[in-house]
Ligand binder design. Structure first.
Ligand SMILES: *Cc1c(COP(=O)(O)O)cnc(C)c1O
Length: 233
C-alpha cells in the first residue's frame, strides 16, 4: 500500500471508532463531552501517527516512557495542543522523564511511585491528570493496587503526598467478562468521590462507556493490529 492509502485507512478506522462511541453514548444516555478517546499509539511510528493527527485526534496513549520520549517531542513541536497519556507501568527511575513529557499518568499504583511523582510535579511546576490503577482481577502479573488496598492508597495519595487523583483505571483479565470489572471500578470511584474512569480498550470500549468510562484507551481499532504485540499490564 502507498502511504496515502494507509492514511485514508487510519482516518476511516478513527471515524468508525467515533461512530461506535456515539452509539454507546446514545444507548447509555451519556453526553459525548464526558468521554475522551485516547488513541493508543504504542509500537507505531510517526508515519502511522501523523494521519491520525491529521484527522484531528489530539489525545494519545503510550505504555513506555522510553519509546514515547523518542517519538513524541518532534511531533509535539508541530502540534502544541497534544495531550499525551502514559498508560503503562511506571518505574520510579523514569518518573522524572514521565512527569516532564506526559500530561496524564494512568498507572499510579504504589506509595513509592506516588511520592516520587508528587515530588517531581513540585520540582517541575507541573500538575498532571492522575489515575490510580486498580488490579481488579488480582492478577499477580498485572500492575495496579489490590482492590482491598485501593481506598487507603487513594487517601494516602491525597493526604500524605498531596497528589490530586482524578480517577481510577483498570485492565480487566482477558478471560473474564469486562463489565463486572468496569462496574466494580465505577462503584469504587464513586465511593471515593472520584469523577473519572479510565477503562475500555478496542474490544470492550462500548461496554466501558455503558459503565461510565470517561477515558477509553483504544489502540488496534485505530492503528490496526500491532506486529509486536505488547500485552497491557
Ligand atoms: C495496549 C493498551 C491498550 C490498547 O489496546 P487495544 O486492544 O489495542 O485497543 C489499552 N490500555 C493499555 C493499558 C494498553 O497497554
Amino acid at each position: 500500500m502507498k502511504q496515502s492509502d494507509h492514511d485514508v485507512l487510519a482516518a476511516r478506522r478513527l471515524e468508525k471508532v467515533h461512530e461506535a462511541i456515539g452509539e454507546a453514548a446514545l444507548q447509555a444516555g451519556r453526553d459525548l463531552d464526558e468521554i475522551s478517546l485516547i488513541a493508543v499509539s504504542k509500537t507505531f511510528g510517526p508515519d502511522s501517527i501523523r494521519p491520525v493527527l491529521a484527522a484531528g485526534q489530539r489525545m494519545f496513549g503510550e505504555n513506555r516512557v522510553q519509546e514515547a520520549m523518542a517519538k513524541w517531542p518532534p511531533m509535539r513541536a508541530d502540534n502544541d495542543d497534544l495531550d499525551l497519556h502514559l498508560i503503562g507501568p511506571l518505574q520510579t527511575n523514569k518518573a522524572k522523564e514521565a512527569v516532564a513529557l506526559f500530561d496524564a499518568i494512568h498507572t499510579i499504583d504504589r506509595p513509592k511511585l506516588a511520592r516520587i511523582v508528587a515530588e517531581q510535579q513540585r520540582a517541575q511546576g507541573r500538575a498532571l491528570k492522575l489515575f490510580v490503577q486498580v488490579n481488579t482481577g488480582e492478577e499477580p502479573q498485572k500492575a495496579g493496587i489490590l482492590p482491598k488496598e485501593a481506598k487507603r492508597f487513594v487517601l494516602q495519595c491525597r493526604e500524605e503526598f498531596g497528589l490530586n487523583v482524578s480517577g481510577l483505571m483498570c485492565i480487566p483479565p482477558q478471560d473474564e467478562e469486562a463489565g463486572i470489572h468496569f462496574a466494580f471500578l465505577a462503584k469504587l470511584a464513586d465511593e471515593l468521590g472520584l469523577a473519572e474512569l479510565s477503562m475500555g480498550m478496542s474490544a470492550d470500549f462500548q461496554t466501558a462507556i455503558r459503565f461510565g468510562a470517561t477515558h477509553i484507551r483504544v489502540g488496534s481499532a485505530i492503528f490496526g493490529e500491532r506486529t509486536h504485540n505488547r500485552a497491557p499490564q
